[in-house]
Unconditional design. Structure first.
Length: 271
């Protein structure tokens, strides 16, 4: 069940384990069902994570926690709720039509959410492997995704929407170019469309650099919605940088879509 290239088991120490269990229960028990707690417990037993700390983000569909590995690594542990019926409708359209999930028929909401978690992990892995600036995926299990924590000390990097008031025009130009660069990698090298690319799913690193997050809905070109999702991403990004960030020299969305069309055609051996 665990798909993971990075994890190496370490020897176990019983007294450590007891303390971690208590921390874990205190952290997640009130919010998540018993099976989710067991999944986290299993990740601890397998020595993927050592303990869970505070909530980084409490969304409607998932919560993200700061977790620690056994060597002091910091992880973002994203846990999906398994009982959100509204969410279920929204995600089906990104699973049906994705050849990686051909023949998949969800038995219930839970199995759909498990598939969704696996999908996010796989999208993350694919993007990471072609050099897209995404958090390094660590592993997934059931409705829990473990990835690299993106932040300084124990604070996550701000989202682009949060950083906006502090950014200079020059910063914004740099970020705009970085976003286009990453999106081109996602499409042309990764063969995926992000599907929810916006100022809410881009983090800003001091220095200036960016991190792309929240890749669960990404699908490959075989998916019938691919071009609609890509068009929507491109329009959203263009609108943000033009209207909210005030950059005048942004590309026309259709111009960007042409670039993606060409690189995907080349990929197929067409052009
Ligand atoms: N790898 C990460 N490192 C640090 N913080 C993260 C990481 N992934 C997500 N977050 C934080 O958690 C929030 C929610 O995560 P996200 O993947 O966007 O899920 P959703 O928007 O569906 O709730 C993000 O806006 C960000 O603040
Ligand atoms: Mg998000």
């Amino acid at each position: 069940m665990i798909e993971d290239e990075y994890y190496e088991p370490l020897p176990r120490r019983r007294e450590e384990k007891r303390v971690k269990d208590r921390d874990l229960y205190e952290t997640v028990e009130e919010v998540f069902d018993h099976r989710t707690v067991l999944t986290l417990y299993s990740l601890i037993r397998r020595r993927v994570i050592k303990r869970m700390n505070g909530v980084v983000s409490a969304g409607k569909e998932a919560r993200v926690y700061l977790g620690y590995g056994w060597r002091g690594e910091r992880y973002a542990v994203k846990i999906y709720f398994t009982s959100t019926a509204m969410f279920k409708k929204g995600i089906l359209k990104y699973i049906i039509g994705d050849p990686r999930f051909e023949g998949f028929k969800p038995r219930d909401t839970r199995s759909l959410i498990y598939a969704w978690t696996r999908k996010e992990y796989r999208n993350l892995r694919r993007m990471h492997s072609v050099g897209v600036k995404v958090p390094r995926p660590v592993t997934y299990m059931n409705n829990v995704l473990v990835m690299e924590f993106m932040g300084e000390d124990n604070r996550r990097y701000p989202l682009l929407i949060e950083a906006l008031p502090e950014l200079t025009r020059e910063d914004l130009e740099t970020i705009y170019n970085l976003v286009l660069e990453e999106n081109e990698k996602i499409v042309c090298r990764g063969g995926l469309v992000h599907g929810d690319l916006s100022e809410y799913n881009i983090m800003v690193k001091p220095g200036i650099d960016i991190v792309i997050i929240d890749v669960g809905q990404a699908v490959p070109p075989e998916h019938p919605g691919f071009w609609d999702f890509l068009r929507r991403d491109v329009y959203n990004i263009t609108r943000f940088f033009n209207e909210e960030a005030g950059l005048e020299n942004v590309y026309e969305p259709e111009e960007l879509l042409e670039v993606y069309k060409e690189c995907l055609a080349e990929e197929k051996g067409g052009v």
